[in-house]
Design a protein around this ligand. Structure first.
Ligand code: ADP
Ligand code: MG
Length: 429
């Protein structure tokens, strides 16, 4: 992709915007862009520099993203709404063409990485609550104040506000900026993440402790895994990636959202609005708490991924009301006129609180309370789903104190993966 119309190749120490920004290391990349940590010589802080591929369709997409990011920044002058902030924009001409560049505030790891480094066993519920509040604050702002639908909400698109953010104090945190291109360096590498760094530190300390103990006892111990790697990490986070966002009254795509986070009205082509983000939000909250995606549809013999997806939804949430099932432009592809799926006939129902208890080993009360928060967000009727504003008032999000006062043990449940990847087995497929 590093050719005409594609990515711009960057080297550590390269400068941009007439020398204002200096590339430090690569942070990540997407379909359309590479993202670099850059030093801003004007503010003496760090920023994320998103450099778009140069071909016209990518430039067009960047202009759309910039328009949306500008509206987000304008509506939130104090930057307190937990949504990514656009700082600057410019064009950069390189051997592959002219690239639109976005300068964004520098953030940390994505929630997907957080889940991964927690070894896919789910975060403590109090941490999930905390994260949910930030996401909902961001969504409420986007929906109610701006009229924007994100359309691609998922753990990957929520980034932590890094606690060791070097923009605060580069000298103290031991990350003095690189101001010119070092010799022999061709690429910034992938960069080490905050959590990776913390985990490595902890592992080193654990190993040191063990060898100390071994030495003193002369015996053989087992090296503990670096557990509780999230202790002491502030989990403030922000919603990012507005490449696919749209105004509620100016939509352009019918097929939106990443598969696993896609709402039923999108599959059925019944039209969507803000509530479609609320579905994805609920899928994200479940994933944070369990470490696994809620819906992972697959095609099978005689049926497609979409029909499997609808079946999985109904197995968890009950039968879709006939009016909804048959009301979309694509309904006839999946449902008969009675509102039953055409190819997947026998569904095995299992309610969300039971899944949480049986598969994820939640305590009964934790499961019930969490399900009471999530299930209304999975209403098949989009208009009935609570808004982000309403969600923020839900007792589940505000029961932290109550829970902290209870016995510690009951809430640090060990979520043993029982190896049943899919409790919701369809009979006769
Ligand atoms: P694309 O639109 O091309 O998919 P994204 O905006 O999703 O690009 O960014 C690609 C990757 O770059 C992200 O997954 C993330 O790892 C990293 N990234 C993006 N924005 C930031 C940021 N503000 N701070 C830190 N890393 C970022
Ligand atoms: Mg992306």
């Amino acid at each position: 992709s590093y050719r005409k119309g594609g990515y711009h190749a960057v080297r550590v120490g390269d400068s941009f915007a007439g020398g204002r920004y200096i590339a430090q290391r690569k942070l990540g990349w997407g379909q359309f862009s590479t993202v670099w940590l850059a030093y801003d010589t004007q503010s003496s802080g760090y920023v994320a520099l998103k450099i778009q591929k140069s071909a016209p369709q990518f430039a067009q997409a960047a202009l759309h993203e910039i328009e949306i990011l500008s509206a987000i920044a304008e509506g939130d002058p104090s930057n307190s709404k937990y949504v990514i902030r656009l700082i600057d924009q410019f064009k950069h001409t390189g051997p592959n063409g002219q690239h639109l560049c976005m300068v964004l505030e520098f953030l940390g790891d994505s929630l997907l990485r957080l889940i991964k480094y927690n070894r896919y066993k789910g975060l403590e519920l109090n941490k999930v609550r905390e994260i949910c509040k930030y996401i909902l604050t961001g969504l409420d702002y986007l929906h109610r104040e701006l009229g924007l639908i994100h359309t691609d909400l998922k753990p990957e698109n929520i980034l932590l506000c890094s606690t060791i953010n070097p923009s605060k104090d580069p000298i103290k945190s031991g990350t003095a900026p690189i101001l010119e291109r070092p010799e022999g360096n061709i690429n910034g590498g992938a960069g080490i993440s905050l959590i990776e760094k913390k985990l490595k530190q902890r592992a080193r300390r654990a190993v040191a402790r063990i060898s100390e103990r071994r030495a003193s006892m002369g015996g053989i111990g087992t090296v503990p895994k670096p557990d509780r790697c999230l202790d002491g990490i502030d989990l403030r986070c922000k919603v990012v990636d507005f490449g696919n966002a749209c105004w509620a009254d100016k939509q352009f795509a019918d097929e939106i959202q990443t598969r696993q986070y896609r709402a039923p009205e999108v599959i059925l082509r019944s039209g969507y609005s803000f509530s479609t983000d609320m579905w994805s939000f609920a899928c994200t909250a479940f994933e944070l708490a369990t470490g696994e995606m809620l819906f992972t549809p697959k095609d099978g013999q005689g049926f497609g991924e979409d029909e499997d997806h609808l079946a999985l939804m109904m197995e968890l949430l009950g039968k879709m009301p006939k009016k909804i099932a048959t009301g979309g432009a694509r309904s006839k592809d999946y449902f008969d006129r009675y509102g039953d799926l055409k190819r997947i006939r026998r569904l095995k129902y299992c309610a969300l609180d039971r899944v949480l208890v049986d598969k994820y080993k939640f305590s009964k009360s934790d499961a019930q309370e969490f399900a009471q928060f999530l299930v209304p967000l999975f209403d098949f009727e989009p208009e009935k789903r609570p808004t982000a504003e309403q969600c923020l008032q839900h007792p589940w999000l505000n029961s932290e104190n109550l829970i902290q006062n209870e016995v510690q043990g009951e809430h640090s449940i060990e979520k043993v993966n029982v190896g049943m990847r899919n409790l919701q087995i369809k009979v006769g497929k």
